[in-house]
Design a protein around this ligand. Structure first.
Ligand code: GDP
Ligand code: IMO
Ligand code: MG
Length: 429
């Protein structure tokens, strides 16, 4: 397939749920390693292959094949119970995952989840609407240098020493600062986590060295991002973001592999946009239209089941994604869902108090006031499935014009076209 001896990075260009799992799986068959480098089980990646559907949260989307080793890098935050459950789920389905987990990855504890809840209440209108998986608190603990890493689960003495600090800190925060409650006893957590460590020990290793050797030996390495550019803690719509860098550049920090030689950076882009959680969303559809598109596109959270807010494609967002990720190409997904619309509005700029803005503003006030400026493109009535065999030119004219328009406006080629959720429903151009 398409990525011989290459380092390929897959990232989301919008608010997540663009189809990263599907496209990662599409490329993973030829990879020696598939690597997650940020985020945690806030992610939900769906793969449909050979008639089977898999929903993955922590394990990279190459695991369905036998060949690639799945690596959970140091930049990922790990809920060990969620990881053990996911391994078990795969085993129950006949897959014995070949996984390595970084010894340096930070660990999510029950108090992080309680803190996530309490913080969301405290932040009110400025909250992001988190997945309640403890993501912000565990990354905060990492930066406070209060964090506990996978390696610590293998050393009960150091685990106890660190847990005393981390547990008491979280306890005070939850109960005294945020008015919440947290009643899980220290010893219960300690014993559970020692036990998780014992079960995960075979997987825990220095994945940075493993990847360095693979890189030197010119093996194919595929990186799978979670979330998307507008959720990036630096470049997204802060504070309505997640707590990691979701961009391609973060593969180095999050896995220990140099960014000097990345062959392809593929930005997964849904042909419309969706958003689970809270933030300004300039192209959001009104209630009636949204209900239709949500239903047609099956837009309900893979992780939380929450209905996703939906809207038209936003090229201000996509152009920034091309720039800050250094995308070499775009994979455009879910084009099949847009079949049947007479007109397809595409947002080419924002009107903010009478001024036309074409770059994502840092100012939250401006974002809240942003009204989309649309260019109306023609839709298509039918999608001939034969394009899957015969190729790109068999797609409807107006669909190809939709793609041409996007390419021209964001200055990045669309090289992968996805017209269905299954592995084979993918056209290379
Ligand atoms: P991820 O988080 O980026 O991996 O995306 P999710 O798996 O959360 O959500 C994407 C959803 O769209 C999943 O249900 C996929 O099976 C589905 N999907 C991916 N690509 C396509 C496509 O081209 N067409 C259709 N109809 N569904 C798709
Ligand atoms: P994948 O990888 C969509 C959103 C949450 C919330 C914000 C912060 O499947 O694309 P967090 O729990 O990270 O503190 O939540 O980010 N969010 C996602 N939205 N897809 C995801 O992952 C997401 N991961 C987090 O809804 O608004
Ligand atoms: Mg998802």
């Amino acid at each position: 397939m398409a990525n011989q001896n290459k380092t390929v990075v897959i990232v989301g260009t919008q608010w997540g749920d663009e189809g990263k799992g599907k496209i990662t799986d599409f490329f993973a068959g030829d990879s020696a390693y598939v690597v997650r480098f940020q985020g945690g089980n806030n992610a939900g990646h769906t793969i449909i292959a050979n008639g089977e559907t898999y929903k993955l949260h922590l394990i990279p989307s190459g695991v369905i094949y036998n060949k690639p080793t799945s690596i959970i890098g140091n930049g990922v935050v790990i809920d060990p119970k969620a990881l053990l459950d996911e391994i078990q789920m795969l085993k129950n389905r006949g897959i014995n995952p070949n996984i390595l987990v970084s010894d340096r990855a930070h660990v999510i504890f029950p108090y992080h989840i309680a803190l996530d809840d309490a913080l969301t209440v405290h932040q009110g209108g400025l909250a992001a609407g988190s997945t309640k998986r403890g993501i912000a608190p565990v990354y905060a603990d990492k930066m406070f240098r209060n964090g506990i890493r996978m390696v610590d689960l293998l050393e009960p003495d150091i685990l106890r020493e660190k847990l005393i600090i981390s547990y008491s800190f979280a306890h005070v925060l939850i109960e005294r600062a945020l008015g919440g409650t947290f009643s899980v006893p220290f010893e219960e957590i300690f014993n559970n986590y020692v036990n998780y460590g014992k079960q995960l020990e075979p997987y825990i290793s220095d994945t940075s060295v493993v990847l360095y050797d693979a890189y030197k030996n010119s093996e194919n390495i595929l990186f799978e991002g979670a979330q998307g550019m507008s959720l990036d803690v630096d470049h997204g719509i802060y504070p309505h973001t997640t707590s990691s860098n979701t961009l391609a550049g973060n593969i180095s920090n999050g896995s220990g592999v140099t960014f000097r030689k990345i062959d392809r950076i593929i930005g997964i882009t849904k042909a419309y946009v969706s958003r689970v959680g809270q933030s300004p969303f300039p192209t959001e559809l009104g209630k009636k239209e949204a209900t239709e598109l949500r239903k047609k596109g099956g837009e309900f959270g893979t992780t939380t089941g929450r209905p996703r807010r939906v809207g038209w494609l936003d090229l201000v967002q996509l152009r920034q994604s091309v720039r800050v990720n250094g995308l070499t190409e775009i994979a455009l997904t879910k084009l099949d869902i847009l079949t049947g619309f007479e007109h397809l509005p595409v947002c080419v700029g924002y009107d903010i108090n009478g001024k036309t803005i074409t770059e994502m503003p840092a100012s939250l006030t401006m974002y809240r006031d942003a009204k989309p400026i649309y260019k109306n493109l023609s839709g298509w009535n039918e999608l001939d499935e034969s394009a899957l065999e015969k190729g790109y030119n068999y797609l409807p004219d107006s669909l190809r014009k939709y793609i041409d328009f996007i390419e021209q406006r964001v200055a990045c080629p669309v090289k992968i076209i996805s017209i269905g959720p299954q592995r084979h429903e993918t056209i290379l151009r």
